[in-house]
Design a protein around this ligand. Structure first.
Ligand code: MRU
Length: 342
């Protein structure tokens, strides 16, 4: 499953808010449409929002009527700011935007060549993402044994990337090697990425999957029903992994129950200029919590706190799997050495 394509000035992706009941395509013609799709989580998952933002800049370049390089660069910078404002936590977003802007700046003076450089870079990033995920999968599969039952949270699968996935990529690769792997997935309130997306992906692939509520994690660990955890990341900083809210609780419970806790993420999710305290944790609308689907479940006017991500200190992480290898018991220096080599 490839989640994003460029078709003659139109970016085509999957509207993830319609899954699992409908596989609806979303066609975007402007950078503003791309920004809206990221903000409303029609498109989501750290690597995919990065690549989608790159395609958003490609749309600006493709449809631009700028007559010189300076004017096109100015338009691209404005689009970049619109995209940057959509979701603050996944570092892949600004990583992708900066990479495309750099290519535009380095391009020759001819405005057509600048536009081409931007479009080529977006396509290159999409292709690279699939390659990197396959590599993460191959590398990480060595941590998975025949018969393992692996818990995952949220969706770090094909749908969160251009293809193959990070955490689910590791599981896919292990299954591809003939290992029998079963997966437990948390529903992942409030947006239900686990119930809607991960369960959908794994069922499609014929990988046995069991859905649990978020608050059943302690019980399944206590009962030894799972023996490993693998999740993705939105940002890996100097001292912690930042991922979907609920990850920290799972990591702490895994630590308490001596269950290995692994994070699979590309180096484009690494941000070694910051510690966790410096990162903006996105807060989303109260309605995501007060409603389940279209049903209003909470009392009218109740105060809500709805952080979309949380922070798992490295002490709870047994290994980070990235395209550069496996970092066991990660610390700042170890992560930095792989980051520098990317
Ligand atoms: O809010 P979302 O659905 O974009 O959050 C997604 C996650 O937290 C994923 O675990 C993360 O982006 C890694 S995806 C390979």
């Amino acid at each position: 499953m490839r989640t994003i394509e460029w078709e003659d000035g139109v970016v085509v992706t999957i509207d993830q808010t319609k899954l699992p009941h409908e596989l609806a395509l979303l066609k975007m013609k402007t950078c503003e449409e791309v920004a809206e799709a990221i903000k409303s989580m029609k498109v989501r998952g750290a690597p995919l929002i990065g690549v989608t933002a790159a395609y958003g800049l490609a749309l600006t370049a493709y449809h631009s009527t700028a007559r010189n390089k300076q004017d096109l660069l100015q338009e691209l910078k404005e689009s970049a700011e619109t995209l940057r404002r959509t979701r603050p936590t996944a570092v892949n977003l600004s990583w992708a935007i900066d990479r495309v802007l750099r290519k535009a700046e380095e391009a020759a003076e001819d405005v057509k060549l600048v536009a081409k450089a931007v479009m080529d870079e977006a396509v290159r990033m999409a292709d690279e993402d699939v390659e990197v995920n396959r590599r993460i999968g191959r590398i990480g599969a060595e941590l998975i044994n025949d018969g393992d039952v692996v818990l995952t949270h949220c969706n770090a699968g094909s749908l969160a990337t251009v293809g193959y996935g990070t955490a689910l990529g590791v599981i896919r690769a292990a299954v591809g090697q003939g290992k029998r792997v079963r997966v437990f997935v948390t529903e992942t309130r409030p947006k239900l990425q686990g119930a809607k997306l991960t369960a959908y992906e794994l069922k499609r692939d014929g990988i046995p999957v069991t859905l649990i509520t978020d608050n059943a994690v302690g019980y399944v660990m206590y009962k030894r029903m799972i023996n490993k955890v693998i999740v993705g990341a939105d940002r890996i900083v100097k001292d912690a992994v930042i991922n979907k809210v609920g990850t920290y609780e799972i990591a702490a419970l895994a630590h308490e129950n001596e269950v290995p806790f692994y994070v699979a993420a590309p180096t484009s999710s690494f941000d070694l200029t910051r510690t966790a305290e410096d990162v903006i944790i996105e807060e989303r609308s109260p309605e995501e919590v007060t409603y389940i689907g279209s049903v209003h479940v909470a009392p009218e006017g109740v105060d809500v706190f709805n952080p979309a991500f949380d922070i798992t200190p490295f002490q709870y992480v047994d290994a980070i799997i990235c395209e550069g290898g496996i970092l066991f018991k990660p610390n700042y220096e170890a992560v930095l050495s792989v980051y520098k080599g990317r």
